[in-house]
Design a binder for this molecule. Structure first.
Ligand code: NAI
Ligand code: HPV
Length: 635
């Protein structure tokens, strides 16, 4: 590799910066285990820590009072070290290699904590003991911690400044990274050129306000300074925009990953989305939001789209593909919910429940069997025998129905279900017709006046698929004329954008018609599954390049990345691109450890794992390969 930008001297704080926690709080927790006063003392220590950190109590006073409260012994320190090793800040742990390579002579820990626990924790990151400047405990003969070495400058107010003066780094470039006021004071005293407020674990407003720069993660620090890092891009720079009330687990998972998340409760129309999409790396939508070519033109940072539902007809999948934007959906997460809703509708319509219930609400007692029938032995016609259609087939047979199905693709016939060769064949026989096709444009008005006329008199129609699949005025006419006995409709060609908008549709007010506000997949179970499934796919794609289950990029399942840099390349599928990529690699003497390629008719997706030692020019050369759509490196 070409030499990285020279690293300034780096002074890092320990508590709440190098590790996620305040070590003295944790030590108190360990030392007081099983003692009734534990909670109270730990809380008092935490309050003193905060007061010392935000500057409201002098530091030496805070330290003195904390150590006095501790009641800790020498043997507690071993347990503390074991615990702190599991609490190293995520982004610091992630960049362990950077520390090993650059720590000697360059990276210092300057802390008002104690060498007894700091030295062993940072040693695992290649930071030598002599580069740890911190306090030391005093012990009595029985091994009790009695206090600290009061002659150490770090135990006193302004101690970090004095410590820096003693280090003799004058004239050198020094950067300080920390979460506390005392870290900022080093910069204020002119002992460092820059102070980075490290906010991964705690963000103290008084400290952030004084910072030259903010580092939400250590990756961000490295990125800003063009230093080698584990990720190709700091996660805190990845912004996710989640629309349409996606279940909160998704937000939680993305935040835990370190992304920024913005939430919009309802849907957005095209113009609104065009305004919001700039700078967004991950877009999360459900069935309503249209991700059109016009929106994509504005999507300057979009990496991934998550359809937090099954259908993906609302997304310009080809447009995404041609821009190298991956799309994922949750193909199985709400299947069962739609099936259960459909079963309930079949029985409800067969018993004319919508009519009966409405009358009862008006005070009318209409006890009669007219028009009501059992579903047992009746013919259910399933149009679209995919995941939902097939599962419905099994449950309906269990109810004693005879299942017929029609699908344009060849499908495994389940149980005693009978395949129809044409749609007409199904429509002519079924007592109940239920639609479970996908929302591809060709399915517009799949059921129109002509198809409705083919249905048996008194038959029922259910549409839980997509609104445009049924010609609504034709359906309304067939219901008004009495040709159909009833209908259940969950999806509509136009659906209100939010719950505040009124629902307008010709089907309103018609007898024996069940209308529901697109809730086929709206159950606690389904939404929770979706909110876990889709972020997982997106994060895997970002972190490893895995496109398994993507609905638009060639599906590539990858072995775990091992001791290699991974080059991820999306290109137009024209002859010769792979050869050109490999020529570039050969010209730069890059050693290929593994290469994986998959193409479709539009694009090629190639992943190359290479030896870590290579010339940085190769990256520029790969970006410049003709027909490249997107290129990124995972370190
Ligand atoms: N109401 C709601 O809340 C929900 C609605 N849906 C809708 O249900 C649809 C189906 O879901 P899955 O079964 O999971 O999808 P799937 O992709 O497994 O099944 C769709 C099936 O329809 C078939 N098909 C497409 N066009 C056809 C046509 N013209 N005639 C006959 N068969 C045709 C396909 O070959 C495929 O087998 C989704 O695409 C979505 O639009 C899905 C979940 C919830
Ligand atoms: O899963 C689907 O395709 C659905 O239609 C459900 O959509 P929703 O998430 O409720 O907007």
């Amino acid at each position: 590799m070409t030499a990285p930008a020279p690293l300034p001297f780096l002074v890092i704080d320990f508590d709440s910066t190098f590790t996620q926690v305040e070590a003295l709080d944790e030590l108190a927790d360990i030392a007081l285990r099983g003692r009734p006063e534990r909670e109270q003392v730990v809380a008092a220590i935490k309050a003193l820590t905060d007061a010392g950190m935000d500057g409201s109590l002098s530091f030496s006073e805070s330290l003195k009072r904390r150590v006095a409260l501790l009641s800790a012994r020498r043997e507690h320190l071993d347990e503390l070290v074991r615990h702190l090793r599991t609490k190293v800040s995520e982004s610091i742990r992630r960049n362990q290699r950077f520390f090993h390579e650059h720590a000697p002579g360059r990276i210092y820990i300057v802390s008002s904590g104690f060498r007894e626990f700091i030295v062993p924790v940072v040693a695992e990151f290649g930071i030598p003991a002599e580069q740890v400047l911190a306090n030391t405990f005093t012990f009595d003969e029985a091994g009790n911690i009695t206090g600290f070495d009061a002659t150490n400058p770090l135990s006193q107010d302004g101690g970090k400044i004095r410590q820096l003066q003693q280090m003799g780094l004058e004239g050198a470039e020094v950067y300080v990274l920390g979460d506390g006021y005392t870290d900022y004071q080093i910069r204020e005293a002119g002992m460092a050129q820059r102070f980075y407020a490290f906010t991964e674990n705690v963000s103290r407003p008084a400290v952030v306000a004084h910072a030259d720069k903010i580092a939400p993660t250590f990756d961000e620090f490295l990125y800003q300074n063009k230093l080698p890092m584990t990720l190709s891009y700091p996660k805190n720079r990845i912004k996710a925009l989640l629309l349409e009330n996606i279940e909160p687990t998704a937000e939680k998972l993305f935040r835990e990953e370190g992304y920024q998340v913005e939430i919009v409760p309802g849907g957005l129309d095209e113009e609104e989305l065009m305004e919001r999409i700039e700078g967004v790396s991950i877009l999360g939508i459900r069935s309503k939001t249209q991700l059109t070519a016009r929106v994509l033109e504005r999507a300057n940072r979009l990496i991934a789209v998550g359809a937090f539902c099954i259908g993906t007809n609302q997304i310009d999948l080809l447009g995404c593909m041609q821009r190298g934007i991956v799309a994922f959906n949750a193909p199985f997460s709400n299947t069962r919910s739609v099936v259960e809703l459909t079963i309930s509708e079949i029985i409800s319509l067969a018993r004319r429940l919508p009519v009966k219930s409405e009358k009862m609400h008006r005070g009318e007692w209409d006890k009669s069997a007219a028009g009501a029938f059992e579903v047992r032995g009746k013919k259910l016609g399933i149009v679209g025998y995919g995941n939902i259609g097939a599962q419905l087939s099994v449950l309906a047979e269990n109810l004693g129905m005879q299942v017929l199905y029609f699908d344009i693709a060849e499908k495994l016939q389940l149980g005693n279900a009978v395949k129809c060769r044409t749609l007409a064949e199904l429509l002519q026989q079924a007592d109940v017709v239920t639609l479970h096709v996908d929302g591809r444009p060709e399915n517009t008005n799949l059921i129109g006046a002509e198809e409705l006329a083919q249905m048996k008199p008194g038959a029922l129609l259910i549409n839980n698929a997509r609104g445009h699949v049924v010609d609504v005025p034709a359906l309304a006419a067939a219901l008004r004329s009495g040709h159909l006995g009833g209908a259940a409709v969950d999806v509509f060609p136009y659906e209100p954008k939010t719950n505040a908008e009124t629902f307008e549709n010709e089907l309103r007010g018609l007898p024996n018609v069940l209308l529901s506000p697109h809730i086929g997949g709206s159950t606690a179970e389904a939404q929770r599954n979706i909110a876990e499934f889709v972020p997982e796919r997106i994060m895997q794609y970002i972190n490893t390049g895995n496109t398994q289950q993507s609905v638009n990029l060639p599906n590539l399942q990858l072995p775990a990345q091992q001791a290699a840099h991974r080059l991820i390349h999306i290109h137009h599928n024209v002859p010769g691109v792979l050869a050109r990529i490999n020529n570039v690699l050969a010209e730069h003497q890059v050693n290929i450890l593994g290469q994986y390629l998959k193409t479709n008719e539009h694009i090629g997706y190639v992943i190359t794992d290479v030896n870590r030692e290579y010339d940085q020019d190769v990256i520029q050369a790969l970006r410049a390969v003709e027909h490249t759509i997107k290129f990124r490196v995972l370190y």
